[in-house]
Design a protein around this ligand. Sequence first.
Ligand code: SAM
Length: 247
Amino acid sequence: KGTLYVVATPIGNLDDLSPRAAKVLGEVALIAAEDTRHTSRLLRHLGLERPMLSLHEHNEERRVDQLGARLDAGDDVALVSDAGTPLICDPGFVLVRALRERGARIVPIPGPCALVAGLCAAGLPTDRFLFVGFLPARSGPRRARLDALCERDETLVFYESPHRIRDTLVDIAASFFDRRVVLARELTKTFETFLDGTASDLLARMEEDPDQTRGEFVLMVAGAPPREDETTTVDGVALLSALLDEG
Ligand code: SAM
């Protein structure tokens, strides 16, 4: 039986494609791609030509049997999205879940992923983080989602588009006040930038320099600081043990 390879592709800089990813893309019988035109540009850059099939949110369900049959026939298949790691805010989950249920061999070929690239250079805690993906497009539901995340003490990671980055920062300022925010823009590309400050600081930077609102974004927000009563509890324990020592 064949193998489904889940292959990460660059998020901007084509040199980030791993040699293993290039080898797999050159060897599989078929590439299932979010957008075949987009992926054919990558293949051209690599000097490769492979049969391709589209797999996007509107046809993923239908592709399951088709791709399952190819694996059953012994063909290897690669799954790629337009950028980064498939399934991370990209199609592929329905396919991978269904093929795993059927006992197919599924092999990840790891590589670029915007959330990891942003997080590893942001200087926010990485021991625990919550990846939230895209926030709702409308302000009401977005505010509600942000308010629901206010108490989380892990670093929060969001994807955001240039159309909404300002509105989202306004909502973050309202929900998170002066919490530290790091905005990673155009990762691995020519105009890669990190902005660091409160949401209001970042809005002021965008006012000065509208270029800061262009491109693709990973938005990261520091987790909630320890609550007053938790601090009090810790101090209370220390105080009690000091008193016992004295006694
Ligand atoms: N699968 C991709 C990954 O592994 O990161 C993410 C796909 S998602 C549809 C696209 C979003 O990822 C963009 O709207 C942006 O928030 C983020 N993103 C992708 N490339 C980026 C880059 N070069 N710099 C910053 N953010 C990026």
